[in-house]
Design a protein around this ligand. Structure first.
Ligand code: ADP
Ligand code: MG
Length: 285
């Protein structure tokens, strides 16, 4: 009996080994499958994100064109009005103080309206773009230095998380500074004393969609945040939730236009009562 067992053992062991090998192989296949599945899921997510971005960009482009058309018409009406007020004010010595004051008030309103329209028109015009190699960290520092008094006044902390030795980007520095300024002012408006604005800039060698290197700029605030019904419209021209006279609703529309002109993307995520995050990706040319 003992002899029989001895003889049967080797085939049993062999089978065990074979089974183990098959098991290992199956495990390997399973791991491979899981990886392929995860990659596919990630690709689908990226594709959906790109699709949503394209739809949003197309909608903003249509609204932008509409806004530019109206801005152009209104500008044509405002120009002679502004001109005539200037002519009247040239003769201020022959006018009563009250009339001069009223004319100056009208002139101020007209200038404000004209400036607003000009911003929409500038964005829509296909002007040749100024592009120079620039250090994004330096542009951000410049923008923040001009807003320092607002941070102090509103008691808001600023955390900077900048990456040194970033590659220089081909940008119009005045336009990029305007984007940083608009995002910062919006964040300040959304925050209360003691809140924090965190700005992070980092280099990424490969964009998962374009496969190109890019620089990512994050603006994260701990402000009031936004519900989805507001979030869906923030990049549209003249969309504002601020009280009458508080906002023009052009800030984010301009940011979107400038970043698109630079071949980049801008996205927003927000949670009510928690805060808002704007993410900009600019390609490294
Ligand atoms: N950081 C932010 N936190 C909360 N809400 C924001 C933030 N940035 C923008 N918003 C919302 O987006 C709207 C549009 O912003 P914007 O285009 O800059 O116009 P405006 O500031 O003139 O209202 C704001 O009115 C506000 O409701
Ligand atoms: Mg704004």
């Amino acid at each position: 009996m003992a002899e029989n067992e001895k003889r049967e053992q080797p085939p049993g062991k062999k089978l065990e080994r074979e089974l183990k090998a098959i098991e290992d192989q199956v495990l390997l296949y399973a791991k491979d499958l899981a990886r392929i599945f995860a990659e596919r899921k990630e690709k689908e997510r990226q594709l959906e994100l790109t699709r949503q971005q394209l739809i949003r960009s197309a909608r903003i482009a249509v609204l932008g064109e509409l806004a530019a058309g109206i801005a152009h018409e209104i500008n044509n009406i405002l120009t002679p009005a502004t001109g005539n007020i200037s002519i009247l004010l040239m003769d201020r010595n022959n006018l009563s103080q009250k009339v001069v004051e009223r004319l100056e008030l009208i002139e101020q309103s007209l200038t404000k309206a004209s400036h607003m329209l000009q911003q929409v028109l500038d964005l829509s015009r296909k002007k040749p773009e100024k592009r120079e190699h620039r250090d994004i960290n330096a542009i951000l520092e410049q923008s923040l230095s001009l807003l320092k008094h607002k941070f102090i006044k509103n008691q808001i902390k600023v955390e900077k998380n900048l990456q040194p030795d970033l590659p220089e980007l081909q940008v119009d520095d005045a336009q990029i500074e305007q984007v940083f300024t608009n995002l910062t002012i919006n964040a300040i408006n959304a925050m209360e004393r003691g809140d924090t604005l965190r700005i992070s800039i980092s280099y990424h060698p490969k964009n998962s969609a374009t496969k190109q290197p890019y620089v990512q700029i994050l603006f994260e605030d701990t402000g009031c945040g936004m519900p989805p019904e507001i979030l869906a419209h923030v990049f549209e021209p003249f969309y504002t939730t601020k009280e009458k006279g508080g906002g023009t609703g052009l800030g984010l529309f301009i940011c979107h236009g400038i970043i698109e002109k630079h071949g980049g993307t801008i996205d927003v995520a927000s949670t009510p009562d928690k805060g808002t995050q704007f993410k900009i990706c600019l390609p490294v040319a």
